[in-house]
Design a protein around this ligand. Structure first.
Ligand code: FES
Length: 154
């Protein structure tokens, strides 16, 4: 399969990923849904689901710290510390205007870099519906065969 092929939205879901109480206890859970590796995490009462492998170089996000940057809740990739917004997969970077007399750092967006998925709950069961956004998002690369080989070299 071509690595940059359009994202397949066929079996988007919802797919059962676990009982709510188990997922809360585990906080972060690795799941494979329709062949896609995802991270389901529970933080401050909210479930999130996003691609498991970081968009930068495929690092596993499971043990990333969760912090706020510019008012946005992000997971920090343990590999090279990239910041990824949990709500929408936006990548953030710190910017300082070098021409400013006293440069104040600000967090700016690189755009959507990590594919995020929708989490729903019914009667204590938790489901993930895969993202239906049909265009390539950087994290898609590390779900494909070439990305898998690259991940394993890291
Ligand atoms: Fe995640 Fe580099 S692999 S920051």
């Amino acid at each position: 399969m071509e690595e940059h092929a359009e994202y397949k939205e066929a079996a988007a879901g919802p797919h059962f990923v676990g009982r709510k109480e188990d997922l809360i206890k585990d906080k972060r859970s690795f799941r494979t849904v329709e062949g896609r590796d995802i991270l389901v995490l529970h933080h401050q009462g909210i479930f999130y689901a996003l691609d498991f492998h970081c968009y930068h170089a495929g690092g596993p996000l499971q043990n990333g710290d969760i912090e706020e940057f510019g008012g946005k809740l992000c997971i920090v990739c343990p590999k090279h510390k990239y910041k990824i917004c949990l709500a929408d997969g936006e990548g953030l970077y710190k910017y300082k205007d070098p021409r400013a007399p006293e440069p104040t750092p600000r967090w700016l967006s690189k755009g959507i870099k990590q594919r995020v998925h929708t989490v729903t709950e019914t009667d204590g069961d938790v489901y993930v519906t895969l993202s239906s956004f049909s265009h390539f998002i950087d994290s898609d690369y590390f779900q494909g065969e070439k990305g898998k080989i690259e991940r394993e070299r890291l």
